[in-house]
Design a protein around this ligand. Structure first.
Ligand code: ATR
Length: 281
């Protein structure tokens, strides 16, 4: 029951109506009997600074940040956790003594889901990332921290892949590869884990890759997309006996990690995942 002492949380994004985060966080607040509420906040890019001022004025205890604000928000925070600073993107902000402090739980969330769902630890593995945007950069840095053996960043525009690997090439063996070339197919066929970070696949029937001859039995193919539940890439990989993982796990795990930053209390991965799945059914 919302009353005079209810503590406010939210998520800033544009668009925002599709977000699963209010469902996850409010269910977890209820589970732990916390007098907290989490609401969607539709913030246009031109209003991000004003929205951060409003968050201070209205004393939001914390908020998540989603597309397209994850990089721009850094300019309006008082402090940024070193890992989020290295990635250059924040998805979780906590008000600590009225100072806005930014964190990134997206990339650690992906690694958590990979371990929780498939028992995979990244140390020493050969990994490919498809795409070279913000998510690709975040994952590359998290993978390098986690001791990845070899990393290939595969992208339509090679210069963007080169820019992503420049952030990690002193920490792991990394290469930039052009999408849909023989070099890509060669590299993918050697990979233990492949992750699509592009938005290609959100539309049924579309895929970032134009051929699947490289898929090997037992290879792990992941997509950060969670709707549709199985992208064309995952379906094509699965019929060739790869192990697949969609973006629901990453979404649940980033929420679980953000919840702990917001409240100082743990919530389980499976609880957060159940809330997302309930929202889809
Ligand atoms: P985010 O920050 O969410 O990771 P982004 O910065 O928009 O997203 O990055 C999108 C990535 O998807 C880019 O790597 C983009 O490739 P380019 O660097 O060549 O632009 C890739 N991408 C987008 N649409 C694509 C398409 N139709 N085919 C292949 N790659 C695509």
């Amino acid at each position: 029951m919302i009353n005079g002492s209810t503590v406010l949380f939210g998520i800033m994004g544009d668009p925002i109506s599709h977000t699963a985060s209010p469902r996850m966080h409010n269910a977890a607040f209820q589970l732990l009997d916390l007098n907290y509420v989490y609401v969607p906040l539709h913030v246009l890019p031109t209003n991000l600074e004003a929205a951060c001022r409003a968050a201070r004025t209205l004393k939001l205890k914390g908020f998540n940040v989603t597309v397209p604000h994850k990089e721009a928000i850094l300019a309006y925070l008082d402090e940024v956790d070193p890992f989020a600073r290295a990635i250059g993107a924040v998805n979780t902000v906590v008000s600590i003594e009225n100072r806005l402090v930014g964190f990134n739980t997206d990339a650690p969330g992906f690694l958590f889901a990979l371990k929780e769902e498939l028992g995979i630890k990244i140390a020493g593995k050969t990994v490919a990332i498809l795409g070279a945007g913000g998510t690709a950069k975040a994952l590359s840095i998290a993978l390098a921290h986690a001791g990845v053996g070899k990393l290939g960043v595969i992208n339509r525009t090679l210069a963007n892949a080169t820019s992503v690997i420049s952030a990690v090439c002193d920490k792991c063996e990394a290469s930039a590869i052009t999408l849909n070339t023989p070099e890509m197919r060669r590299y993918l066929s050697q990979c233990d884990v492949i992750v699509n970070t592009t938005s290609v696949g959100m539309v049924e029937g579309e895929s970032p890759v134009d051929d699947y001859g490289w898929v090997k039995q037992g290879q792990v193919v992941c997509d950060v997309i969670y709707s549709p539940e199985k992208t064309t890439l995952l379906r094509e990989a699965e019929v060739r006996d790869a192990v697949v993982l969609n973006g629901v796990g990453m979404l649940a795990a980033q929420g679980m990690l953000a919840f702990e930053l917001f409240t100082g209390k743990p919530v389980s991965y499976s609880f957060m995942k159940d809330q997302i799945l309930k929202g889809k059914s």
